[in-house]
Write a protein of this length. Structure first.
Length: 392
């Protein structure tokens, strides 16, 4: 009947095909994959009648999708989605990230590469929630942290969502999330920081001091150029494109911060490979180039100073806590450190054992000033009887 499509076989072929119309155009599609899936589910021999039934069911599925599309309930994509692999979806996502100049592209590409190696050859329509669960179980068996696995499955979900938006596929699988408990709690007391600083290479000392005082992210500090520094006005203007939250900000240079910048200004010159002298464009540099990976030097300094296991990012938490302790209004502290939301700022405003100890000392000092029971005025039990008021 018109509008119900048809199933047929091509000449010299054992595979059933379906044909149906969508928006006035006939679409023909092989049912080979549908037959394979039906055969895998059936116990016993898969007969020709079974193949025909699988083709009929596949045609009904396509017609239902077309009906949902006509009602605006779900976009109809068609047979091209059967040819798409997970690798195709990840390639499209990577291209989108590059087009948008994603700031964390390097780390993101690492997650994409892992997912592509594991699932890239699978047909996108064949990926189910069970497929994702098996991937998660495998990564857990490899001792990967839940946070790491979540970043990988997030990339998979982003790839599917992009394909759905572009109408390359009609749906995406459910992608579960693992529970994370990765809130960092590291920070530096002043004596600890002063123990680490002398152990660092000379080119890193100003870089690390700057992070300790203002709490900027490592990438933000590394991006600073002399063009961003107003030496006369004694301020630094961070460009929005170098900020993680996409918002520029201004940092006033006073005291130790100004001394750091003044020292860096005096150290702008560096020797080029050809023995000539160059002038660095970057405030913090190593032989004229911006500071890159510091983990090796940082870890070595922390181990020597007996505070191993600390992260450079702990300086950010430390700066936030120091500003709050110093009585800096939290709104101002957020403007300095670049925290966009109060929730994240509160995570960084960490309370140490010393803070808790001081809180108890202050509480006990207060209680010592409260009069004891003997000096407290007491009232007789029971309610005083109400006196009738005379009505004049």
């Amino acid at each position: 009947m018109r509008g119900t499509g048809r199933i047929f076989k091509r000449k010299n072929s054992s595979v059933w095909w379906i044909a149906y119309c969508h928006r006035g155009k006939e679409i023909r599609e092989s049912t080979a994959n549908a037959s394979k899936e039906a055969a895998a589910k059936k116990r016993g021999k898969f007969t020709e009648e079974d193949a025909r039934k699988a083709a009929d069911n596949f045609l009904k599925k396509r017609l239902q999708e077309i009906g949902a599309d006509s009602l605006g309930l779900k976009a109809f994509v068609g047979p091209q989605q059967d040819r798409l692999t997970v690798g195709d979806l990840l390639d499209a996502l990577e291209a989108d990230f590059r087009l948008r100049e994603l700031k964390s592209l390097r780390q993101t590409l690492g997650h994409l590469r892992i997912v592509r190696n594991a699932l890239g050859d699978l047909r996108a329509v064949a990926v189910s929630a069970e497929t994702v669960n098996r991937y998660i179980q495998k990564r857990l068996s490899e001792k990967r942290a839940p946070a790491t696995i979540n970043r990988e499955t997030t990339m998979l979900g982003e790839a599917f969502r992009l394909a759905v938006r572009r109408r390359h596929i009609s749906s995406m699988p459910e992608i579960p999330k693992l529970r994370e408990d990765n809130a960092r709690r590291g920070f530096f007391e002043k004596v600890q920081f002063e123990a680490v600083l002398p152990k660092l290479p000379e080119y890193l000392k100003g870089f690390v001091q700057f992070g300790y005082l203002c709490g900027w992210r490592k990438s933000e500090i590394a991006s600073l150029r002399w063009a961003d520094v107003d030496m006369l006005g004694k301020v630094i203007r961070l460009r929005p494109e170098h900020s993680k939250n996409g918002q520029g900000r201004v940092l006033a240079l006073e005291g130790a911060l100004w001394n750091i910048i003044a020292r860096q200004w005096a150290q702008r010159e560096y020797q080029k490979p050809d023995k000539t002298v160059g002038i660095s464009l970057y405030v913090f540099h190593r032989r004229g180039k911006p500071i890159g990976d510091i983990r090796k030097s940082w870890d070595a300094a922390c181990i020597t100073a007996k505070v191993e296991g600390r992260l450079f990012h702990d300086l950010r938490r430390t700066a936030v806590r120091n500003m709050v302790r110093a009585g800096v209004p939290e709104r101002v502290a957020m403007a300095v450190s670049g925290h966009k939301t109060r929730a994240v700022f509160d995570r960084y405003n960490i309370v140490s054992e010393d803070d808790l100890r001081k809180a108890m000392e202050r509480t006990q000092a207060y209680l010592s000033t409260v009069p004891n029971q003997d000096n407290v005025m007491t009232f007789p039990e029971g309610k005083p009887e109400a006196k009738e008021m005379a009505v004049s």
